[in-house]
Design a protein around this ligand. Structure first.
Ligand code: GAL
Length: 443
């Protein structure tokens, strides 16, 4: 049943976002598609919450609440606690994959002059186009120079955190978006090989369905899951060069391959679980390890989830690049920044030094399911999948993820996401193609 107060709250949050984005010269996402406020048992910091701002505290804001991501964060906190024993960490997490809920709350706090001491933000346009151009972040270029980080982080990544010659956040990792995870036992029992091309995906899906298994697991609760699936389909359909052009040239969305990709996604979703709207990405991932579904296209935080929830790599689950994207690494990076007016600035600076350190990255990433942003990590700490990922990042063609902040600004991400979430429910190819063309106006 609709709750008018909740509606009002969502609308006022979106109004603030609108004001902020307008101040940045960007288009405004539709209020009707506002992300839902955080739910569940996670503590939701509000602008009245003065608790985290006391001296001797450090408030870190993120959306890492699930096995893998929460474990990795805790591993960095442990290092921080050893180095700064007098500081109490306030773990301000708001659940919701890809930050759908957290980002809305963050806007309220930043706009209300109540920033956390440091917050999770994707390197790329999510950082620069939203917060840096609105003059809400402090540059931390000096820290990079003092710590020698410009020598140990790839230039591709440094370019994503720079604006007018200054650096604005510390990348803690690199994730891969275009991966397919599958249930080993189901594939073995049915004598199947995981699909490497799009047409193979449909052959395999048909065989699985005939064997009585739901071929594909897709979530939907956090409103990023079908948009995530679709970025891999776009990549497979366009190839890395033309995929990148989609976010630079609006006219690319008139290309007939957009409709081809939409039709492929429609066919894929026909093989997916029907309850997807109510499943979060970890819920959907869980159906794969339990054998209730056979495959899932998801970023490699799924690996972090599987591992930290007790599944075994190459026994319970396996991995291949998303069909049709072999040799391309669709990347994204989580980073932490220093908001202007951070209440505990010194504590935040010490936190950022942990985030960029070799020890911090080597503690965080093996649990998170991501590879370090630094190229000098201790490889022996990373498992077989992560070593594969380190090698792929070095050898593959790179493509930026749109859903996770690397390829385009927030206004576009929001319009693209809205188009795909409507599609997740109605599977209407024609409407999707038109909505994607409309979304391109926000690029
Ligand atoms: C991504 C983020 C990952 C992971 C994932 C699922 O946007 O970069 O670190 O948290 O969302 O929530």
């Amino acid at each position: 049943m609709a709750n008018p107060l909740r509606e009002l709250r969502i609308r006022s949050l979106m109004l603030i976002l609108a004001l902020l984005l307008t101040a940045c010269g960007q288009a405004v996402p539709a209020t009707d598609d506002a992300p839902a406020p955080a739910t569940g048992d996670t503590a939701v910091p509000t602008i009245d919450d003065a608790d985290a701002t006391g001296a001797g505290k450090l408030e870190i804001f993120s959306w890492w609440t699930n096995p893998g991501e929460a474990d990795g964060l805790e591993a960095m906190y442990d290092i921080y606690r050893t180095q700064s024993p007098g500081i109490e960490i306030v773990n301000a997490t708001i659940s919701g994959g890809a930050g759908t809920n957290a980002k809305t709350v963050l806007v309220t706090r930043m706009q209300g002059g109540q920033p956390p001491d440091s917050f999770q933000v994707h390197a790329g346009q999510e950082l620069i186009g939203t917060w840096v151009v609105a003059d809400k972040m402090e540059p931390i270029t000096n820290m990079f120079q003092e710590e020698g980080w410009t020598d140990v982080m790839p230039q591709t990544l440094l370019d994503q955190i720079m604006h007018n010659g200054e650096i604005y956040s510390v990348p803690v990792n690199i994730h891969r978006s275009n991966m397919l995870w599958y249930n080993k036992t189901i594939f073995e029992e049915n004598n199947l090989t995981p699909p490497s091309a799009l047409d193979e995906f449909f052959t395999v899906a048909e065989a699985l369905q005939a064997a009585g298994v739901t071929p594909l697991a897709v979530g939907g609760k956090d409103k990023f899951e079908t948009p995530h699936l679709f970025e891999s389909v776009l990549l497979a359909t366009f190839g890395p060069e033309d995929y990148a052009k989609l976010f630079q040239d609006q006219a690319m969305w008139d290309d007939p391959r957009v409709e081809e990709a939409a039709e492929t996604a429609r066919r894929m979703l026909e093989y997916a679980n029907e309850d997807r709207a109510s499943l979060s990405w970890p819920d959907a991932a869980q159906t794969v390890v339990e054998g209730r579904t056979a495959m899932m296209i998801m970023g490699d935080w799924a690996h972090g989830y599987f591992l930290n929830s007790g599944a075994e790599l190459d026994v319970d689950y396996g991995y291949v690049p998303a069909p049709g994207t072999e040799g391309v690494f669709m990347w994204l990076s989580d980073s932490f920044g220093l908001p202007q007016g951070a209440p505990n600035r010194d504590a935040a600076l010490a936190w950022l030094r942990v985030c960029g350190s070799q020890a911090g990255q080597d503690a965080f990433n093996p649990k998170k399911g991501s590879i370090p942003a630094r190229t000098d990590a201790d490889r022996s700490l990373y498992d077989a999948y992560l070593q594969y990922s380190i090698d792929s990042f070095a050898a593959d063609t790179l493509a930026p993820s749109v859903v996770h902040g690397a390829a385009a600004n927030e206004a576009y991400m929001s319009s693209y996401g809205n188009a795909l979430n409507v599609f997740a429910a109605d599977l209407d190819v024609e409407t999707l193609v038109q909505s994607l063309r409309d979304a391109a106006l926000d690029l």
